[in-house]
Design a protein around this ligand. Structure first.
Ligand SMILES: CC(C)(COP(=O)(O)OP(=O)(O)OC[C@H]1O[C@@H](n2cnc3c(N)ncnc32)[C@H](O)[C@@H]1OP(=O)(O)O)[C@@H](O)C(=O)NCCC(=O)NCCS
Length: 411
C-alpha cells in the first residue's frame, strides 16, 4: 500500500513515523496534488494533517473515502482555521476528529471523534499541544480499522445550524487582538467571547472586527440570534420507526455520555423561549453545571431514549422537604408526538424508586400549550399555588402557570 501524507503542520513527525510502519511507500507533500501524479505514484490513501491546499475535482471523486483529514476540533464545531481558538471564543465543545474529505471545508463524513476536557488554566499553545497529542493518538488507534473499512462513518448533518466555520482572515484578525499570541491564556479568549455575545455591535465597534457577518446579516442583530445559530437543534436526524416491534420510549438516569445532547437541547431556540433564562449556555459553563448535577443528591436528570436515539430529558430539583420541581425538554426533532407526557411519567417512576416524594410541581409559560397539556395528562392540573409555597419567588403569575401533582398530603 502507498500513502501520501499531505502535511504542513508544525508537527507531523509522529503521524509520519507511524504511517511508515503501515505502508510500502510513504510520500509527502505540502503542495497541491494532481490526479496524474497520484496515479503515477500509485497512491492508495491520502492523509491530510495541517495541510493548506484544498482537494478538488478530479482528485476528490477518484479518491472518495480514501482521503482522511486529521482535525483538531470536535466537528462540526471549529471548521476552518484555528478551531481551537474559536472553541474558546464561542465556548463550544473541545476535542478532535478524523473525517473523510469531501468538497467542503471539514464537512466530510466523521470517522471518529473524541471530546476532551482541557485544563482551564491552559494557554492557546498548551491546549493546542494537548489536542494534537490526542489527535495523533486517535489517528494511530484508528488507522488500521479505517483501512479495513470497519465502522460506519457518520454524515455531519445540519452543519450551518449547529456547526461553526471561520476563515483564515477572520482567525488572524481575532488572534491579533491578543498581544500574547499563542501564549494567551484560554480564559482571556473565553472572556472576550462573552463580551462579544453580550453585545456584538459594541464589540465590533470597539475591536474593529466582524465576527459573524453572515449570521448577523440574516438576523436582527441581537446577541441571542447569533448564539442560537452557534448551537441549535440535534446532531443527527432521528431514525424513527413506527408500528409493531418499533422501539418504545425508555427513560434512564443521565450519564456523562448524555452531556452533549443535553447541551444541544438547552440551546435550542424554542427551549430558550420557554425557559426562564434565555441566554446561550456555553459549553464550558454547561460542563461544570452538568457534572455538578450528576453528583447532586437533590437533583435527578433522566434521559429518554427511543432505540439508541436520545429524545429528551426530565429534570427534578428538590426545592424543600420532599417537594421536587420538574422540568422537561424534548429534543426538537421529537416534539409533537406525545413523548413529553410519557417521559415525565417514566421519569417520575425513576425518582420515586430513589427518593421520598410528597409533591411534584412544574411551571410553564402560559403560551406553552404542549407543556401544559403534557403535564396535565400525567396528573399535574393547573392550579393556584398554596400561599407561602417555597420557591414561588421564581413564579410569575402574569406569564406562567403553576401545575402540581400531590402524592401525599402535607402534614
Ligand atoms: C413541551 C414539550 C415537552 C411537549 O412535549 P411533546 O410530547 O412534544 O408534546 P406534543 O406536541 O406531542 O403535545 C402534547 C399535548 O399538547 C397538546 N398541544 C399541542 N400543541 C398545543 C397548543 N398549542 N395548545 C394546547 N395544547 C397543545 C397536544 O394535542 C397533546 O395533547 P394530548 O396529550 O391531549 O394529546 C416539548 O414540546 C418541549 O420539550 N418543548 C421545548 C421545551 C419546553 O417547552 N419545555 C417545557 C418548559 S415548562
Amino acid at each position: 500500500m502507498n500513502i501520501l501524507l499531505c502535511s504542513g503542520a508544525p508537527r507531523s513527525t509522529r503521524v509520519r513515523d507511524f504511517l511508515r510502519t503501515r505502508c510500502d511507500r510513504l510520500l509527502e507533500t505540502a503542495g497541491a496534488v494532481d490526479l496524474a501524479t497520484l496515479r503515477a505514484d500509485k497512491i492508495d490513501w491520502i492523509v491530510s494533517h495541517g495541510y493548506g491546499p484544498i482537494f478538488r475535482e478530479p482528485v476528490l471523486p477518484a479518491y472518495a473515502g480514501k482521503i482522511v483529514n486529521i482535525h483538531n476540533t470536535y466537528l462540526p464545531w471549529g471548521r476552518g482555521i484555528m478551531g481551537n481558538v474559536w472553541s474558546y471564543f464561542d465556548d463550544t465543545p473541545k476535542g478532535v476528529s478524523l473525517h473523510f474529505i469531501d468538497a467542503g471545508i471539514d464537512t466530510g463524513e466523521i470517522i471518529a471523534r473524541q471530546l476532551l476536557d482541557l485544563p482551564q488554566d491552559a494557554t492557546l499553545q498548551s491546549s493546542w499541544d494537548l489536542l494534537m497529542t490526542a489527535l495523533e493518538d486517535l489517528f494511530i488507534a484508528r488507522w488500521d480499522s479505517i483501512v479495513a473499512a470497519h465502522g460506519s462513518p457518520q454524515v455531519q448533518t445540519r452543519l450551518p445550524e449547529i456547526g461553526t466555520y471561520r476563515s483564515r482572515a477572520q482567525s488572524l484578525e481575532l488572534l491579533a487582538l491578543f498581544p500574547k499570541g499563542w501564549g494567551t491564556p484560554v480564559a482571556e479568549v473565553a472572556a472576550l467571547g462573552r463580551e462579544y455575545r453580550a453585545n456584538p455591535e459594541a464589540f465590533e465597534r470597539t475591536h474593529g472586527l466582524v465576527i459573524n457577518p453572515k449570521q448577523l446579516k440574516q438576523a436582527d442583530g441581537s446577541s441571542q440570534e447569533y448564539t442560537v445559530t452557534l448551537c441549535q437543534a440535534r446532531v443527527r436526524t432521528p431514525q424513527r420507526e413506527t408500528g409493531p416491534g418499533a422501539p418504545g420510549l425508555e427513560a434512564a438516569e443521565a450519564t456523562p455520555d448524555d452531556k452533549l445532547d443535553n447541551w444541544l437541547w438547552v440551546n435550542d431556540p424554542v427551549t430558550r423561549r420557554m425557559f426562564k433564562l434565555n441566554d446561550y449556555i456555553g459549553w464550558g459553563e454547561h460542563c461544570r453545571w452538568y457534572e455538578a448535577l450528576l453528583k447532586d443528591p437533590d437533583r435527578l436528570l433522566c434521559i429518554g431514549k427511543v432505540g439508541s436515539e436520545r429524545i429528551g430529558n426530565v429534570r427534578f430539583d428538590r426545592r424543600f422537604n420532599d417537594v421536587w420541581e420538574v422540568s422537561i425538554n424534548i429534543a426538537p426533532g421529537w416534539r409533537g408526538m406525545g413523548l413529553g407526557a410519557q417521559l415525565i411519567a417514566q421519569s417520575i417512576d425513576l425518582l420515586l424508586a430513589k427518593k421520598p416524594v410528597t409533591r411534584l410541581y412544574a411551571m410553564a409559560k402560559i403560551i406553552n400549550g404542549p407543556s401544559i397539556a403534557s403535564f396535565k395528562r400525567v396528573g399535574f392540573p393547573v392550579k393556584s399555588p398554596d400561599p407561602g409555597f417555597p420557591g414561588l419567588e421564581r413564579f410569575d403569575p402574569g406569564t406562567e402557570v403553576f401545575m402540581e401533582k400531590i402524592l401525599q398530603p402535607l402534614d
